[in-house]
Write a protein that binds this ligand. Structure first.
Ligand code: ZN
Ligand code: FE
Ligand code: FE
Ligand code: FE
Length: 178
């Protein structure tokens, strides 16, 4: 018969499989965020619309803070800040680089950068959404608060990219050059 972990008061977090999963996913997003501090500058360099450059620069700065927030979360749970390679984020950014290469001389380049960026943000939104839910479930309120701050930044970054796409980038992408 399966006993529920909450039925045993002596049960520590380290014995809780959900905590193990939380810790694992934390290492995954830690790798992903650090990777993004290197991937975002490449996107910034290639972006053309001033608004897009500004939004990406702003999010690069936020991303550096997000890494620091994760450092704090690791210390809150008494763990060393360790990164575990996120194959998904490596793939999303690699695909983005290929897309930027394919469209490097096209008026659709900004739209392509936005497409790549929004895929990144959506992966992050999924990751932080689950991390917040796990932290809440595990009673890690301070960690949940920090992770929620990042979740909100990822959501805002995604929204901003949609705005830029709809206000300028998608229209620019239709420019036919000869
Ligand atoms: Zn991220
Ligand atoms: Fe992030
Ligand atoms: Fe991952
Ligand atoms: Fe982000």
């Amino acid at each position: 018969m399966q006993t529920k972990k909450s039925d045993t008061p002596e049960n520590t977090l380290d014995e809780n499989p959900l905590f193990e999963l939380f810790h694992d996913e934390l290492k995954d997003i830690y790798w992903a965020e650090k990777h993004l501090t290197k991937a975002l500058p490449k996107m910034i360099k290639k972006a053309c619309a001033e608004e897009l450059v500004g939004a990406l620069e702003n999010h690069l700065e936020e991303t550096r803070h997000q890494v620091e927030r994760l450092d704090k979360v690791f210390s809150m749970i008494g763990k060393k800040a360790l990164a575990k390679k996120c194959d998904a984020m490596e793939g999303i950014t690699k695909e983005g680089e290929e897309l930027m290469e394919d469209f490097k001389d096209s008026p659709a380049l900004d739209a392509a950068i936005i497409a790549a960026g929004q895929k990144v943000e959506h992966y992050e939104i999924a990751s932080y959404g689950t991390l917040v839910a796990y932290a809440n479930r595990l009673g890690l309120e301070d960690a949940s608060q920090l992770l929620k701050e990042t979740l909100e930044e990822e959501g805002a970054a995604d929204k901003k990219l949609t705005e830029i796409a709809e206000s300028v980038a998608n229209e620019d992408a239709e420019t036919v050059s000869n």
